[in-house]
Design a protein. Structure first.
Length: 702
């Protein structure tokens, strides 16, 4: 601007030098000077006006940026602005940018808050108006909405501006909704209170270590287990997880969820490294525990939570039971020990907490103390049990509904199946829980899966019965065998002794005949016993080969009838000229021979008939006689070893029919026997085989 004035003055100076001074200040020159000064003033005013407009625009931009920042802060912090005007006693609601939005009188503004809390707010405002306070903070409750919800606000009161005399025009209120923060804080406090309640009142030991393995919390149950005289003495920060011999090998950086069962002899850990002298621990301790590391979102260890219990008394009780059970047989004892071990393993591992409330008639199941996994009504409980256990379940539920003070013990079979499609057995052990007045409030206990134990007991009962039957059969077999061997042997010895005593020489042929006959019987019996022993030991194998059966059938029948009574007629029905089948010739021949021998042994007159035919891939053989026959009771035991008839007689050596049955079944066939006392017997044998060649007799064709 100074440069512009100089440019205007410079011509005048030059002109004044050229003209005389008296001519410079005449009327025309003065008018020219006035016009020049006016132009200079207009130029200066325009210049300053542009500078003012530019600065005002810059200031507005800064205010807009500040308003935007304020709006962002208000939106993010869930804040609201309003003013109180002392002159009008009205409240003005401001927008997020700080502009006028709405105006309310005190009565209207009070509708946004709880009545009593609004009185507290107004009292703070009046104190500021009277100069008693320069700022204030008030927490008030909002008015309830239609759903009954109520918000809580923190309001900060301040005076934004005062003049030089200390006077102000308004009080600024910054209102913040803190409902969610307060509720979150309340929930955290409730959760912490619940955690500490469960932690300190739990029925199991609970111990908490920090991320460095230093003991930070322990409940009273754990103090009892480890004989800690005072809880505060272990909260000094000197006890780490390695001080406990049960967990001294744990590596914190590699720790995962772990379930442990430990046996510790405290006598071996009495040195200073473990700091256990004050606990006065001695002897063995059996302890089971679950160790759970606590990690943050990034997988960094923040602490270690351990839950466990002292099972020393339980294990020692189990040992005492073992000692008292030594009177039982060793085999049975081993099985029972196995059952007890299974029962123990299920008891310490697969356990569910059970809670029944008679007031709601609901059974709750859970595997932890923090939540209920399953809720069952009474009807659902009854239907889950198998039909034969529904009445006991209903009876137990009825007892609990009447709040019986006796413990509940029940083992039931359920309709639920496990992975092996077996019905699951559950054992319930529950005790009544009393309220302050001594009345039963609910029932609490445990549920165990004892399916393996029940199944083992059932198998034990079956195997025991089988063992008893086998032992009885063995004793009977040995007794009968001893008797049957001694009978012909005594006869041989008796007749042999007659040769040494005085006798008629004419009787010697009789003695010799009896000795020979009984020796043959004894030899046959020994051979049958040895053969049956080979069958029992699976030492005899079926050796099939192509055989022309009609020729063999006649010969085997005739051998079996070699000692038959002459008055008995023998008949063989042989309808085939040729029948080549794949059979075990020796084994099937022995079956035919023994059946024919048994048929001929107890018949005095009548006939014995043998026949066979090939049908549907099987060789069917029938041996029929008109002998004495068997009654119904003897027929049931015809294939038993040394079985006797109602007349106290046995068939052959007593092992013929058992051997026949064993051979037929070894060849994959079947045998049936039909008999009636006084009318004879019929035996049917069916052996599966393949016919290679079939040729009927001519007379059969005609």
């Amino acid at each position: 601007m100074l440069l512009s004035v100089l440019f205007l003055i410079a011509p005048l100076s030059l002109y004044a030098q050229k003209e005389a001074l008296e001519h410079v200040f005449d009327a025309d020159h003065l008018i020219a000077y006035g016009v020049g000064l006016l132009l200079i003033s207009v130029f200066v005013l325009l210049f300053y006006n542009r500078i003012y407009i530019f600065r005002e625009q810059e200031q507005r931009k800064k205010e807009q940026i500040q308003n935007n920042r304020l709006a962002l802060v208000l939106q993010t912090g869930n804040l609201r602005l309003w003013q109180y005007i002392p002159q009008t006693r009205h409240y003005i609601i401001l927008t997020e940018e700080g502009h006028y939005s709405a105006e309310y009188n005190p009565v209207e503004f009070s509708q946004f808050f709880d009545r009593s809390d609004f009185d507290v707010l107004q009292s703070s405002i009046f104190n500021m108006c009277d100069g008693k306070e320069y700022s204030s903070s008030v927490r008030v409750k909002g008015a309830k909405d239609e759903l009954g919800n109520q918000h809580i606000f923190d309001i900060n009161l301040s005076i934004p501006h005062r003049d030089k005399y200390g006077r102000f025009q308004a009080i600024l209120g910054l209102q913040r909704d803190v409902t969610n923060q307060l509720r979150a804080k309340e929930n955290v406090e409730k959760l912490l209170m619940r955690f500490h309640t469960v932690f300190n009142s739990s029925l199991v030991d609970m111990i908490y270590y920090d991320n460095k393995g230093v003991l930070r919390d322990i409940n009273e149950k754990a103090c009892q287990s480890f004989n800690v005289p005072n809880r505060e003495m272990v909260m000094t920060g000197e006890f780490v997880i390695q001080n406990n011999p049960m967990f001294e090998y744990i590596e914190l950086d590699k720790l995962q969820n772990t379930r442990t069962t430990s046996i510790v002899d405290w006598v071996d850990y009495s040195d200073d490294r473990y700091h256990l002298d004050d606990f006065k621990l001695g002897g063995k301790m059996y302890y089971e525990s679950t160790i759970n590391p606590i990690r943050d979102e990034n997988g960094i260890l923040t602490g270690v939570y351990m839950a466990g219990r002292n099972i020393t008394e339980m294990v020692e009780s189990f040992h005492r039971q073992q000692l008292s059970a030594l009177k039982l047989k060793q085999a049975t004892q081993d099985i029972r020990d196995y059952i007890e071990n299974i029962n123990y393993a299920l008891r310490v591992s697969d356990v569910r907490l059970v809670n029944y409330n008679p007031a709601t008639f609901t059974l709750e199941l859970s595997n932890n103390v923090n939540e209920t996994q399953l809720q069952l009504s009474q009807l659902r409980c009854i239907r889950l049990a198998s039909p034969r256990f529904r009445r006991p379940v209903s009876s137990v539920l009825n007892r609990m509904d009447h709040r019986s003070n006796r413990p509940i013990e029940l083992t039931i079979e359920t309709e639920i199946r496990d992975e092996q499609r077996r019905p699951i057995w559950l054992m319930f052990n529950m005790v009544p829980m009393f309220d302050e007045s001594g009345h039963v409030e609910r029932y609490f206990g445990m549920c165990r899966n004892v399916t393996e134990m029940v199944e083992t007991e059932q198998r034990l009962a079956v195997e025991t019965k089988k063992a008893q039957e086998t032992e009885l059969l063995k004793q009977s077999f040995l007794t009968n065998m001893s008797y049957e061997i001694r009978t012909p042997l005594n006869t041989v010895v008796g007749f042999a002794e007659l040769f040494e005593s005085e006798h008629d020489p004419a009787d010697e042929p009789v003695f010799v005949e009896e000795i020979k006959r009984n020796s043959n019987s004894l030899l046959q019996l020994v051979n049958d016993i040895l053969y049956l022993s080979r069958l029992d030991a699976n030492m005899i194998e079926v050796k099939r080969q192509d055989t022309d059966f009609p020729i063999l059938f006649d010969s085997y029948c005739q051998i079996g009838w070699s000692n038959i009574n002459p008055n008995v007629k023998t008949m063989i029905d042989n309808p085939y000229e040729q029948l080549v089948v794949d059979i075990d010739q020796e084994m099937l021949g022995k079956v035919i021979n023994m059946l024919c021998r048994c048929a001929a042994m107890y018949i005095e007159k009548g006939y014995v008939r043998a026949k066979y035919e090939y049908r549907h891939g099987a060789l069917s053989i029938t041996i029929e006689d008109t002998g004495e026959g068997l009654d119904a009771e003897s027929l049931k035991h015809a294939f038993d070893r040394f079985a006797r008839t109602g007349d106290d007689e046995i068939c052959g050596t007593g092992l013929d029919l058992p051997i026949v049955k064993a051979l037929v079944e070894l060849m994959g066939g079947t045998i049936e026997l039909q008999s009636e006392k006084g009318k004879g017997s019929v035996a049917w044998v069916s052996i599966p085989c393949e016919a290679k060649s079939i040729e009927l007799r001519r007379e059969m064709i005609e």
